[in-house]
Design a protein around this ligand. Structure first.
Ligand SMILES: Nc1ncnc2c1ncn2[C@@H]1O[C@H](COP(=O)(O)OP(=O)(O)OP(=O)(O)O)[C@@H](O)[C@H]1O
Length: 374
C-alpha cells in the first residue's frame, strides 16, 4: 500500500500542511526540532489512531488550538481509500471513505505501518514490556480480532485489579464478582496467548531467513514465547482458557494479598535465541542489533502475508544508529518493495549511494519544501 497524500491541520507544529508523497523512498531532512519526527508521527497516528510517543492525545493538537485533523489517501490493490482523523477535547473521530467508524478497531488496519526508531534496537535487551508492546502493536494491525481481544482484556484487567485491591483492603468481601472477572479475563487472555503463539511462529520463519543472510549463514535465529501456560502444537484456546482459569482459582488468596493479577498474557515475554543461546544475555551488541533488524524486516513480510499488501515503513533517525553493513542490508531489503519515510539531519555515506531515486523534502519550522531532482 502507498500513502499518496497527507494533509495536517493543527497537528503538533504543523498549522496547515498538504503534501503528495512518492511511492518509493521519501527522505525528510531538517535540523533538530523542525518537525521531522512530528511528520512521521502523523503517518503513524493516521494508521493506528494513537501516537507511539505519547498516550495523551492532547499533546498532538497544536498549542493554542482546539482541534487537530489528519487526512490521508491510501492506494491499495482494491482502490484508493480516504482516511480522516479528528482530535479534540471531546475525543477522537475516525472516518474511512468519509464514513465515521463506530469503533476505532474497525478503522485500524486500513493503513499499515511499521516504525523503526532507535529505541527498537533495544527490542532484544530492553524490558519485557517493550516486547509485549511490540507483539500487541504489530499483531493488532494484522488482525482486528487480536486488536479487539487485547482492548477487552485491558479493560477487564483494570477492573479485576481494582476489585482485587478492594478485597485486599476489605472494602469488598464478595468473591463471586471476582470469579466472573476471572472467567472473562481467562477467555480474552487465552485468545491473545494462542494468537501470539501462532503469529510468532510465522514471524520466526521470516526472521530466520533474513537473519541467515545478514549473519552470512553462521547463525540460526529462533524465538521462544515465554508464557505461564503450557502450549501444545497447535494450541487450542479452550485448553489455555482452562489453564488460566485454574491459575486464577488456585491463587485467589495470593492475588488478593498482592492486590493485582499475577497470571495472564500481561506477564508474557519473548526470547530471541541465536544458535540456541539467549541473545539478551549472551549476544554481543552487534548480534542484538542484527536480531532487532531481522525481526523488524520480518514484520514487513509477515504483514504482507497476512494482509495481502506491503505496509509502509517509517524509519525515524535510525540510519545513524546502524553501521554501514547493517544500513546496506536494510536499504537493499526495502528498496523497490515498500514505501518508506526516513528522517535524517543529512543524507550521506552509504545511504546517499544506495537510495536510488529518493524524493527529498526539506523541513523547517513545520513547513515542507520538496527538492526538485537535478
Ligand atoms: N503540540 C505542539 N504544538 C506545537 N509545537 C509542538 C507541539 N508538540 C511539539 N512541538 C514542537 O515541534 C518541534 C519539532 O519536533 P520534532 O520532534 O518533530 O523534531 P525533529 O525535527 O524530529 O528534531 P530531532 O532531529 O531533534 O529529533 C519541537 O520544537 C516541539 O517543541
Amino acid at each position: 500500500m502507498i500513502l499518496s497524500e497527507l494533509k495536517l491541520h493543527n497537528f503538533r507544529n504543523y498549522e496547515d500542511l498538504s503534501v503528495d508523497f512518492s511511492p518509493g523512498v521519501n527522505v525528510l531532512i531538517g535540523e533538530n526540532a523542525q518537525g521531522k519526527t512530528n511528520l512521521l508521527e502523523a503517518v503513524y497516528v493516521l494508521a493506528l489512531t494513537r501516537s507511539h510517543r505519547t498516550a495523551n492525545d492532547r499533546e498532538l493538537i497544536k498549542w493554542q488550538a482546539h482541534e487537530a485533523a489528519l487526512t490521508g489517501r491510501v492506494e491499495k490493490q482494491g482502490g484508493s481509500v480516504p482516511l480522516e482523523l479528528i482530535f479534540s477535547s471531546k475525543g477522537k473521530k475516525a472516518k474511512v471513505n468519509h464514513l465515521e467508524q463506530a469503533r476505532l478497531s474497525q478503522y485500524v488496519g486500513q493503513l499499515n505501518v511499521i516504525l523503526f526508531a532507535p529505541e527498537d534496537l533495544y527490542l532484544v535487551k530492553g524490558a519485557p514490556a517493550l516486547r509485549r508492546h511490540f507483539m500487541d502493536q504489530e499483531f493488532g494491525q494484522m488482525s482486528n480480532k487480536y486488536l479487539y481481544n487485547s482492548g477487552q482484556f485491558r479493560t477487564i484487567l483494570k477492573q479485576r485489579n481494582q476489585y482485587l485491591k478492594q478485597l485486599q483492603f476489605k472494602q469488598q468481601h464478595d468473591r463471586v464478582l471476582l470469579q466472573v472477572l476471572s472467567d472473562q479475563l481467562a477467555a480474552y487472555g487465552a485468545e491473545i496467548i494462542v494468537a501470539r503463539a501462532a503469529f510468532l511462529k510465522k514471524l520466526e520463519k521470516w526472521a530466520q531467513t533474513i537473519h541467515e543472510t545478514v549473519a552470512q549463514h553462521k547463525e540460526e535465529l529462533t524465538f521462544h514465547y515465554v508464557t505461564q501456560v503450557k502450549l501444545d502444537e497447535p494450541s487450542s484456546v479452550e485448553a489455555v482458557y482452562q489453564q488460566l482459569l485454574d491459575l486464577y482459582l488456585n491463587n485467589e488468596t495470593k492475588e488478593i494479598e498482592q492486590g493485582s493479577t499475577q497470571y495472564g498474557p500481561q506477564r508474557d515475554d519473548l526470547r530471541f535465541l541465536i544458535n540456541q543461546k539467549n541473545v539478551q544475555t549472551y549476544g554481543s551488541q552487534g548480534q542484538q542489533r542484527t536480531t532487532a533488524l531481522s525481526v523488524k524486516l520480518a514484520e514487513i513480510d509477515l504483514m504482507r502475508e497476512q494482509t495481502g499488501e506491503y505496509p509502509i515503513l517509517l524509519l525515524d533517525d535510525v540510519l545513524s544508529e546502524l553501521d554501514d553493513a547493517r544500513q546496506t542490508h536494510l536499504l537493499t531489503a526495502i528498496q523497490n518493495k515498500v514505501q518508506t519515510f526516513l528522517t535524517t539531519t543529512s543524507l550521506s555515506g552509504i545511504a546517499q549511494q544506495l537510495i536510488q531515486t529518493p524524493t527529498i523534502f526539506n523541513i523547517s519550522h513545520g513547513t515542507l519544501t520538496k527538492e526538485e531532482p537535478q
